[in-house]
Write a protein that binds this ligand. Sequence first.
Ligand code: 5GP
Ligand code: ZN
Length: 113
Amino acid sequence: MSCIFCKIVEGSIPSTKVYENEHVLAFRDIQPAAPVHVLIIPKKHIATMNDVGPGDWGLLGDVHEAAQHIARQEGVAESGYRLVNNCGSDGGQVVFHIHYHLLGGEKLGALNV
Ligand code: 5GP
Ligand code: ZN
């Protein structure tokens, strides 16, 4: 298994966990881009948004539920935050285990859209 996020799930690579349940793990990004920068992943290995199968949407619901919880826990629910999934090369995805970035704790810049 060469996936670094799977290794974080199994514990062979350390991480600073902020939330965990049966299906979801969240930990601090090693190179934070904002005062609060948490990565939220399903424990199941799914490479990208393109690879989410018909039976996986509940799992992504679990990830979103975790994001709502973590935003409160990190104290950014009221001030606001950004939840981002990068998909594939043009989307800027570097780690091919699906994840959401939860960013906050400061006024974030506008997206290039
Ligand atoms: P992507 O560009 O794929 O959406 O984001 C991958 C993120 O994973 C990056 O923000 C990067 O800093 C983070 N990251 C990469 N390797 C590790 C690691 O070993 N531990 C942690 N905590 N974060 C990592
Ligand atoms: Zn993985």
